[in-house]
Design a protein around this ligand. Structure first.
Ligand SMILES: C[S@@+](CC[C@H](N)C(=O)[O-])C[C@H]1O[C@@H](n2cnc3c(N)ncnc32)[C@H](O)[C@@H]1O
Length: 246
């Protein structure tokens, strides 16, 4: 697990940087899955950004994360039926199965070794009914060149700050170094880097084919445009992949 300040004591900055409204995204995912109600699981749920959208459209929600601070933010943000589980997403068991699962914003990049992803898919499949969809938003790419930096304004406790995300390559194929920065106007803030895994389409396909899932379809970041499931996905950022449990 990435033991990061942004996921721990500074989780409120993550919430400020990524806390946008997700109701439409949840509606589209539910409709494309043919699943309009039931229990939806989010491994690595963080503050439950996307689960809020599912809760708003009537789903019971289940979030799994290792960060107590994130689980606290998640629990405070949803008042409808919800379950919050402190566990490693490579090995967890729920008391009841789920009808749908989602994992947005490249969180699977935290699973840096092939065996981490294999174990994660096995754990998710154990807790999903057959025919259920697991939606994973993940870049599939060739090893990338020197990274780009994205920065945007955020507000924390009424104070303005800048949040930035950047990536750079490392010597290990497919492993990048990602950096989070928070810069407050009062000079407060922090910067931290961590390894993150980006799979090529072929590596991803091998792991999915050996799992309990079929890679059914892929969609753009807005879950609007259906994409061709082949190497051309390398050119698309933040692609949503619909995996269906056999
Ligand atoms: C990028 S955040 C994503 C949060 C949320 N899914 C979202 O869409 O905003 C990644 C989250 O994964 C959690 N995490 C990372 N590795 C984990 C692991 N092995 N088991 C459980 N949680 C993990 C972190 O604590 C953090 O909350």
């Amino acid at each position: 697990m990435a033991d990061l300040e942004l996921y721990g004591p500074a989780a409120h900055y993550y919430e400020a940087a990524f806390g946008w409204d997700n109701v439409e995204e949840a509606q589209r995912i539910a409709a494309l899955s043919g699943c309009e109600q039931g229990r939806v699981l989010e491994p690595m749920c963080g503050p439950a950004r996307l689960l809020r959208g599912f809760a708003a459209i009537g789903f019971e929600v289940v979030g799994v994360d290792l960060s107590p601070e994130m689980l606290e933010l998640a629990a405070a943000s949803i008042t409808t039926p919800a379950e919050w589980i402190s566990a490693d997403v490579r090995d967890f068991s729920l008391d009841s199965g789920c009808d749908l699962a989602v994992c947005p914003v490249n969180s699977v990049a935290h699973l840096t070794e092939p065996d981490d992803l294999v174990r994660h898919l096995s754990a998710v499949s154990r807790n999903l009914y057959s025919g259920a969809s697991y939606w994973v938003q993940a870049d599939l790419s060739e090893p990338r060149g020197p990274g780009e930096r994205w920065a945007w304004e955020i507000e924390v406790d009424g104070q303005p700050a800048e949040f930035a995300f950047s990536s750079s390559t490392t010597e290990t194929d497919g492993v990048e170094e990602w950096t989070y920065e928070v810069i407050g106007t009062d000079g407060d803030g922090f910067r931290e880097s961590f390894p993150a895994r980006i799979w090529t389409f072929d590596q991803w396909r091998q792991i999915i084919d050996a799992s309990a899932f079929t890679h059914e379809s892929s969609f753009d970041n807005d879950v609007l445009e259906r994409l061709i499931v082949d190497e051309s996905l390398h050119d698309v950022q933040l692609t949503w992949h619909q995996l269906v449990k056999r």
